[in-house]
Design a protein. Structure first.
Length: 190
């Protein structure tokens, strides 16, 4: 497991408009070879999955996995991911065996959550391929993502989360004009 990196300089803030722009960029990239479904990891990947799936004209499916034990900032990654097996079995039952899938989440910290979900989907539906896209990637992660919006080295506050504790310096993530990924040029890290 890789270690997340925190420079402890700020809390990055993702605005709702920047979130929507990033979701559209992910949908545009995936439209070239569209998946049969978009799988969002609850809680942070749910809205992203809904928007991307709607733009692609495919179903959104929600799976539940939890890595951090609370919503507090800068928690250590344990590597232990809790999957909600009962709810996830019901959710993935609608997925066609062998169909290509796109898994989305708000952030890839260590990669443990994405890895656990990818393994669960591989066993449950044996998809033709699984691609992974996130809004943010912690620069300490080496999980093989297909695309992401921002590289970060501090905690990120997403629009659906409660406000961070007062007194913490928040800085807006810069506008996103293109995605990052293994075959794409890498702009300077944030």
């Amino acid at each position: 497991m890789t270690e997340r990196v925190f420079e402890n300089c700020r809390i990055w803030r993702l605005t709702h408009d920047s979130f929507l722009s990033a979701a559209c960029l992910i949908a545009d990239k995936e439209a070239v070879d569209a998946p049969a479904a978009v799988v969002g990891i609850a809680r942070g990947g749910v809205r992203l999955a809904e928007i991307v799936a709607e733009q692609l004209g495919v179903p959104a499916v929600v799976v539940r996995a939890r890595h951090n034990v609370s919503e507090g900032i800068q928690q250590a990654a344990t590597g232990r991911v809790l999957l909600d097996d009962d709810r996830n079995s019901e959710a993935v039952a609608v997925l066609a065996a062998g169909a290509p899938l796109l898994v989305v989440d708000d952030i890839c910290g260590s990669g443990a959550t994405l890895r656990a979900v990818k393994d669960m989907l591989t066993l449950a539906v044996r998809p033709a391929r699984i691609r992974a896209a996130v809004l943010c990637r912690n620069k300490g992660s080496d999980f093989p993502l297909d695309s992401w919006g921002w590289d970060v080295a501090d905690w990120v506050h997403f629009p659906w989360e409660p406000e961070p504790e007062s007194g913490r310096f928040c800085e807006l993530l810069p506008p996103l004009t293109s995605l990052r990924g293994p075959s794409m040029p890498f702009p300077p890290r944030v």
